[in-house]
Write a protein that binds this ligand. Structure first.
Ligand SMILES: [Zn+2]
Length: 406
């Protein structure tokens, strides 16, 4: 039997609502949670490694559903990466994966990476050769020629082929761009350049392989077209109108808002990376629509899964992009508990992994983070995150820095 670790004395947040477990004992064996309950009813077995957690609140590891570990954007920082080799990119992505995990993000969905490096990194993390979150990946971003991405295809046959290639490499999602993006220097965010035949075919091919499809999208016209063919998820949703939002609600389609990229907190980031003026202007003009769309989506009860489109650990207003994103959800109308769910059980459900991750219950992977105040009262408690366990291994423990696994 693998040794048991006991997290003792914390309050376990009731992520599904209800009363938290105070003075809790969380027993972890191997990669999984063995038992959870108040100390009066859960005994710490002899020989267990005891980690004192008094004064802490435990919640499931955070999940970030829109991440690019190899992110390059226009501007000076991006220009330095123009001649980056795949080997260099793999090492840079591994560093970003490690920093994401240490920021409390134990699962990510990668929504466009280069040349299959994401799948190599995922295998390296699974083998213990690199440190990082659990990875679900969409592989490369598939677009019609001239679209917002690099893997171009035209006509249903090519769309089928490139989608199947990504799935063969290990993609558990397919990502397409059905409109332009903020970072494009040509094309319009509102255009819908894919044909019905292309769009319906790629969604059918993915679904026949048990793979979901998400779309980078800022256009209502393109959104309605994709909804007709059973799209599973939209990224950003900058300019989505009421008709689109109602159909999303009716069809249970997911929204990954990445609201953090268009709001003022991100300007510090854009200045740091040396973004050109035209880019900052596009961000500002998009921000107002994006915010109004998010408020409406929350009011309508559309499925929201947290995603940032920035590195999960990217500094933002004194915290990380992941925490800033959750704070913005509360500002836009969620309760703190709903925002926590958007960062845990909702992404788990979206990924179809809700039996494995997203809750602190027996049988699930022991992906657990700790904060110093009740995050269901004030979402800003996430700013105090200082403990990260993934798969039963402690990667960060600021109170006891010695024995961590990193
Ligand atoms: Zn993105």
């Amino acid at each position: 039997m693998p040794p048991v670790t006991a997290l003792v004395g914390a309050t376990v947040v009731a992520i599904d609502g209800g009363a938290p477990i105070r003075d809790a004992v969380v027993l972890v064996q191997g990669e999984r949670i063995l038992q959870v309950g108040p100390s009066a009813s859960v005994a710490v077995p002899a020989g267990a490694r005891v980690v004192p957690m008094q004064g802490k609140w435990l919640l499931p590891g955070l999940m970030n559903m829109h991440v690019h570990f190899g992110l390059k954007l226009p501007g000076a920082a991006g220009a330095e990466l123009v001649n980056e080799t795949d080997g260099e990119e793999a090492l840079r992505m591994a560093d970003n994966a490690r920093r994401s995990l240490l920021a409390g993000v134990t699962t990510v969905r990668l929504t466009a990476e280069d040349h299959g490096i994401d799948f190599m990194l995922k295998r390296a993390i699974a083998r213990g050769q690199a440190i990082g979150p659990r990875i679900e990946s969409a592989g490369e971003l598939i677009v019609p020629t001239g679209g917002h991405g690099s893997l171009e295809a035209d006509g249903p046959a090519e769309f089928s082929k490139v989608a199947r290639e990504q799935i063969k490499r290990g993609a558990t999602w397919i990502k397409i761009a059905i409109s332009g993006g903020i970072s494009d220097s040509h094309g319009s965010i509102s255009a819908a350049p894919m044909t019905d035949a292309e769009l319906s075919t790629i969604i059918e091919v993915a679904h026949r392989n048990g793979v979901k499809v998400t779309a980078h999208n800022g256009s209502s016209e393109a959104a309605l077209q994709a909804l007709k063919f059973g799209i599973d998820c939209f990224e950003h949703g900058y300019h989505l109108n009421d008709e689109v939002l109602s159909k999303m609600k009716a069809q249970g389609v997911w929204l990954v808002p990445t609201i953090v990229v268009s709001q003022p907190g991100a300007y510090e980031f854009y200045r740091k990376i040396g973004s050109p003026d035209w880019y900052l202007e596009r961000v500002a003009s998009t921000g107002k629509d994006h915010w109004a769309m998010l408020q409406k989506a929350i009011r309508m009860g559309i499925n929201v899964a947290l995603g940032t489109d920035q590195f999960p650990f990217e500094p933002n207003g004194g915290t990380t992009a992941t925490v800033a994103e959750a704070e913005l959800y509360v500002k836009a109308g969620m309760t703190p508990l709903q925002a926590l769910q958007a960062a845990t059980i909702q992404p788990a459900r979206m990924l179809g992994l809700d039996k494995e991750v997203g809750r602190i219950v027996p049988g699930q992977y022991a992906d657990i983070v700790a904060v110093s105040a009740d995050p269901t009262r004030d979402i800003a408690a996430l700013r105090t995150l200082d403990f990260v366990m993934k798969g039963g291994a402690i990667y960060r423990d600021d109170a006891h820095p010695e024995p961590v696994a990193r």
